[in-house]
Ligand binder design. Structure first.
Ligand code: NDP
Length: 339
């Protein structure tokens, strides 16, 4: 079976790619340049071109960006769309976050409908950002699930990069469901909506400064930045990137995943717990780390929202790694690149 995977250079996509290859799929992944294609190829020296190939898509925010990439021989049956900007380092929310997310996703769906009639399923990486209603605070007693939508508006979206990111995920996911509803394509979609994703890095990394956003809090603790005070946790739910990759592949394979959102959540975490796990598991690092008494990074006193991950467990059969396993493996992978 042939799969088009968008954004093969990304933190999450790299795990999806490795799992697809391991399971015998033939994968074409989009990357922004020939140089990036080479780095992904070099990381898979024993994989032949019929199993791993590349399509260059420089900027998913451009109309028609995927028009050529969706055409392949042999043709695709599955598309997995992970690429979308996830960082807060933006000057223009619309141009830097909203357009790549929304135009990228709808452009891909249009291109598949138009030129890839053999595709049966498109899996889209959405987010808890498209589910959570931050205006309600930490919401003790409320249970988030697939039925919830972030009510963010166009006007709120451009107020700051954090709103911009949540809006980019919300608007892009909404546009996908609307597309299916109005265009009635031959394929079905499923969305993967993880909260904060932690886990080992297997993708090419230029340096620690260019680490993907969600792992930066672990890097910062390792680099001694939490010694005086641990940063606020923000979102209190997480999932391991390897479990998320498996969820993507199963959401692509399983007939019963059609038309579903999956809130892919392992459980709770706090930055303080991350620091505690690192201190317990890597005693050599103690001098750089916060102690049990260091302030900050804890759960709010009033408590936090609950979550319902039953659909992911039942339909996708995913079993979640523990926070400890995830953090230990992430730290080892960061040490290997110089942390
Ligand atoms: P990365 O930053 O590692 O990956 C983002 C990918 O998108 C990269 O391949 C990047 O390419 C590509 N990309 C971004 N903007 C463009 C553009 N304009 N044109 C072409 N390619 C682009 O982040 P993650 O792996 O964490 O994120 C992957 C997906 O998962 C995103 O959709 C994100 O919203 C979602 N997600 C992530 C969570 C997390 O905690 N990590 C949580 C919930 C959802 P390049 O590297 O070449 O710039």
């Amino acid at each position: 079976t042939r799969v088009l995977l968008t954004g093969g250079t990304g933190f999450i996509a790299a795990h999806v790619l490795d799992l697809l290859l391991e399971q015998g799929y033939s994968v074409v992944t989009t990357v922004r340049s020939e140089a990036k294609a080479r780095t992904v190829k070099d990381a898979h020296p024993n994989v032949s071109k019929d199993k791993l190939d590349f399509a260059i898509v420089e900027d998913i925010a451009q109309e028609g960006a995927f028009n050529e990439a969706v055409k392949a021989d042999p043709p695709f049956e599955i598309v997995i769309h992970t690429s979308s900007p996830f960082h807060f380092n933006v000057t223009d929310v619309k141009k830097d976050l909203l357009d790549p997310a929304v135009v990228g996703t709808t452009g891909l769906l249009k291109a598949v409908k138009q030129s890839a009639p053999t595709v049966k399923r498109v899996v889209i990486t959405s987010s808890f950002a498209a589910i959570i209603h931050p205006g309600k605070g930490t919401r003790p007693g409320y249970t988030y699930s697939e039925k919830d939508w972030d009510p963010i508006t166009e006007e709120e979206a451009i107020q700051n990069p954090s709103n911009g990111y949540r809006a980019s995920k919300t608007f892009a996911e909404k546009a996908s469901w609307d597309f299916v509803e109005s265009e009635k394509p031959n394929f079905t979609i499923a969305t993967c909506n993880p909260p904060l994703v932690l886990g080992p890095i297997v993708h090419y990394l230029r340096d620690l400064d260019s680490l993907n956003t969600s792992n930066q809090r672990i890097r910062d603790i390792l680099l001694g930045k939490a010694r005086e005070e641990i940063a606020p946790t923000g979102t209190f739910l997480w999932t391991d990137v390897r479990d998320l990759a498996l969820a993507h592949v199963r959401a692509a394979e399983r007939p019963e995943a059609a038309g579903k959102r999956f809130f892919i959540t392992a459980g709770y975490f706090s930055n303080k717990e991350i620091a505690n796990i690192i201190r317990d598991s890597f005693p050599d690092l103690a001098s750089k780390l916060p102690t049990e008494d260091t302030k900050g990074g804890d759960y709010p006193e009033e408590g936090v929202y609950s979550f319902d991950n039953s659909q992911t467990k039942e339909v996708l059969g995913v079993r979640f790694r523990t926070l400890k396993e995830s953090i230990v493996d992430t730290v080892k992978s960061l040490q290997a690149v110089g942390a």
